[in-house]
Design a protein around this ligand. Structure first.
Ligand SMILES: Nc1ncnc2c1ncn2[C@@H]1O[C@H](COP(=O)(O)OP(=O)(O)OP(=O)(O)O)[C@@H](O)[C@H]1O
Ligand SMILES: [Mg+2]
Length: 625
């Protein structure tokens, strides 16, 4: 059998083949139109959909318009105003460049386009029916472009079958609209569906756009704002505070030079940026904009342009995860709640900001408004605290100088407490530590502390766990782990499979501060442990650590898994529930938290503290109403 003879496809068929890739559904057609309007420098874009976009998609913009003689070309395949030389292909600064969006859409719809530039007296309208131009005529219109797509895929029933219900298609269109509106807050947008106004978004700053799209509740929670530049890479946007991912909105948007992309490298970098601070039941939430020299990223990978290829993948990966890690590792003193009168918090991490002007072509136009830090109280804790009372609080790390610190408050009896609290407020006014001063311990689990404007509740186990972990990490990183030799070595038996771990990882265990030998049968003797850790239950600590180590196949544990191993060690040693702390000890924990990296969440990504402001308390009691 032989194949039929080869012949060239006609243009219509070529367009329809391309349409299969570019215009999968109404939402993809909408994306093409919106991107064209943005490339045309519009500052107001109106979208009208009917029946989920299947019946009609209409986009009206006030951009620069199309020269009247070029209008038929706009729906011709391989016709674009965005690429002139081949070189341009390797430094794309517009969203479109392939010259196939409109041709593909027009080949599978009843299509019309009217446009007027500001030098034309009147506009020009072109009508095309499934790829065949039926009419071009003058029309009255404002400067800008109006495109109508009717009855998408009506001419190709085999294709139309793949479209889902109006509701589903509308949902996709709305997501595309939100995604594009989010990355272009400087443009005013409107969205109507079946005549109903869904969004009316004025030109605004990014945070106001987020509020308009995702609601005030979403914005009320705690954001960490990122703005960092290293050489020609700029990242800006925000990550949602890992402790407060309780919102039903799951927002994960990443843009490269203003283009929304889904990219494995980026997703992995974000995940790594969150490692060690995100609870495993939660996904990271973020809206991030990466600006990169157009020469360093190839956007011509896929017809829908939702994938990109970076010249230096490793550099991009490292940069993104570093920026996120850095912003999530700030300690509390650098995220002072007293930042401004309305408790708003804008934190910027910026390196070489002076170089930013070099990138002015693709520097983000977004400017951040302020984010309210209040409203954390609506966060509902969904973690069950596991009370354990069999371990003693390790005091070794408490600063010895604590009692002589004038900012500390010490009260042991109730009457004194009240007297001292007056003093305390004065001290607070003078020095205002972020987490205030301890006033009591609640049910052996929480530390309650007073600040100038409210109440702080700290989960003492979670907070202490983070403090111990960060100290261990810094000791191990600097190779100066403090070791406590045991006066009386401790002997116990361990499971057979852990015996191997002891022998194979002797050097690593030493680096971690343990001195352990196998003696006979399944018995080990522990001669030294890290001095930061709890000496009261050495057996549990050692078995926990060895179990964690044995998960990683006995190789490169320190270099590849030290965070997990140290995390297990810290968890075994953190102060347990029902351990009574003195005010002095509680204040020491608060002060330590203020200077510890990542102190907002424990090693498992659970929050370590939250604040109830006086306003929130007043509201609860209806004071002033
Ligand atoms: N809303 C608009 N305002 C002004 N010009 C437009 C508009 N829409 C399309 N054009 C013009 O029509 C041309 C063709 O648009 P089309 O979307 O088919 O291709 P493209 O945007 O150049 O590339 P791509 O296929 O990657 O989107 C554009 O290059 C642009 O000059
Ligand atoms: Mg286009």
């Amino acid at each position: 059998m032989s194949l039929p003879r080869i012949k060239k496809l006609d243009d219509q068929l070529v367009n329809r083949i391309a349409a299969g890739e570019v215009v999968e559904r109404p939402a993809s057609a909408l994306k093409e139109l919106l991107e064209n309007s943005i490339d045309a420098s519009s500052d107001k874009i109106i979208v009208e959909l009917s029946e989920g976009g299947i019946r009609q998609i209409k986009v009206i913009d006030n951009g620069v318009g199309i020269h009247k003689d070029d209008i038929p070309l706009a729906i011709d395949r391989h016709a674009t105003s965005k690429l002139i030389h081949e070189d341009d292909l390797y430094k794309i600064t517009t969203l479109g460049f392939r010259g196939e969006g409109l041709a593909s859409i027009a080949s599978v719809s009843d299509f019309s386009l009217s446009s007027k530039t500001n030098i034309d007296q009147h506009g020009t309208k072109i009508i095309s029916n499934y790829g065949v131009i039926s009419n071009t005529s003058p029309t009255a219109s404002n400067t800008g472009t109006i495109i109508e797509i009717n009855n998408l895929y009506h001419n190709i029933p085999a294709r139309k079958k793949f479209l889902k219900s109006d509701t589903t298609e509308y949902g996709h269109c709305r997501s595309v609209f939100e995604r594009i509106a989010l990355s272009n807050p400087q443009i005013g947008f409107e969205l109507k569906h079946n005549g109903k106004l869904i969004y009316e978004l004025p030109q605004q700053v990014l945070l106001e756009r987020i509020k308009a799209l995702f609601g005030e509740e979403y914005l009320k929670h705690y954001f960490e704002i990122i703005e960092m530049q290293i050489n020609n890479l700029v990242i800006s946007g925000y990550v949602y505070h890992p402790s407060y991912i309780a919102s039903s909105k799951n927002v994960q948007q990443f843009y490269v030079n203003g283009r929304f992309v889904r990219d494995k490298v980026i997703q992995n970098a974000v995940k790594q940026g969150f490692s060690g601070v995100l609870h495993n039941e939660h996904a990271p939430q973020y809206v991030l904009f990466l600006q990169i020299s157009p020469e360093d990223v190839d956007v011509n990978v896929h017809p829908t342009k939702s994938e990109v290829r970076f010249k230096d993948t490793g550099q991009i990966h490292g940069f993104i995860s570093h920026a996120i890690r850095k912003v999530l590792s700030r300690n509390l003193s650098s995220t002072s709640l007293e930042h401004s009168s309305d408790n708003s918090l804008i934190e910027t991490i910026s390196q070489n900001t002076s170089e930013r002007s070099h990138n002015s072509d693709y520097t983000p136009t977004n400017s951040f408004g302020s984010v309210s830090k209040s409203g954390n109280s609506s966060y509902v804790r969904d973690f069950n605290y596991k009370a354990e009372d069999n371990s003693k609080f390790v005091k070794d790390w408490l600063p010895q100088t604590i009692s002589s610190n004038s900012a500390m408050v010490r009260q042991d009896t109730a009457p004194e407490l009240f007297a001292e609290l007056t003093d305390c407020s004065q001290v607070i006014n003078a020095t205002a530590p972020t987490l205030g001063f301890a006033i009591a311990q609640l049910n052996g689990v929480y530390i309650l502390a007073q600040t100038r404007d409210g109440l702080i509740v700290v989960d003492m186990h979670a907070a202490h766990e983070r403090i111990v972990l960060e100290k261990l990490k810094s000791q191990v990183a600097n190779n100066v782990i403090a070791v406590q030799a045991l006066l009386i070595p401790v002997t116990f038996s361990i499971a057979e499979e852990l015996i191997d771990s002891v022998t194979l990882n002797k050097a690593d265990l030493n680096t971690l501060g343990f001195e352990i030998d196998v003696i006979h049968n399944n018995n080990v003797v522990v001669r030294a442990i890290p001095s930061l850790l709890d000496h009261d239950n050495i057996e549990k600590l050692v078995i926990g650590t060895l179990t964690e180590i044995s998960k990683y196949g006995n190789s490169n544990i320190i270099s590849n898994h030290y965070e997990e191993v140290l995390s297990t060690m810290a968890c075994h040693s953190a102060v347990r529930a029902n351990h009574q702390l003195s005010l002095e000890e509680m204040n020491a924990i608060l002060r330590e938290m203020e200077t510890t990296s990542r102190a907002n969440y424990c090693n498992h990504g659970r929050p370590t503290w939250f604040k109830l402001s006086m306003n929130e308390l007043d509201n609860m009691f209806m004071r002033g109403k």
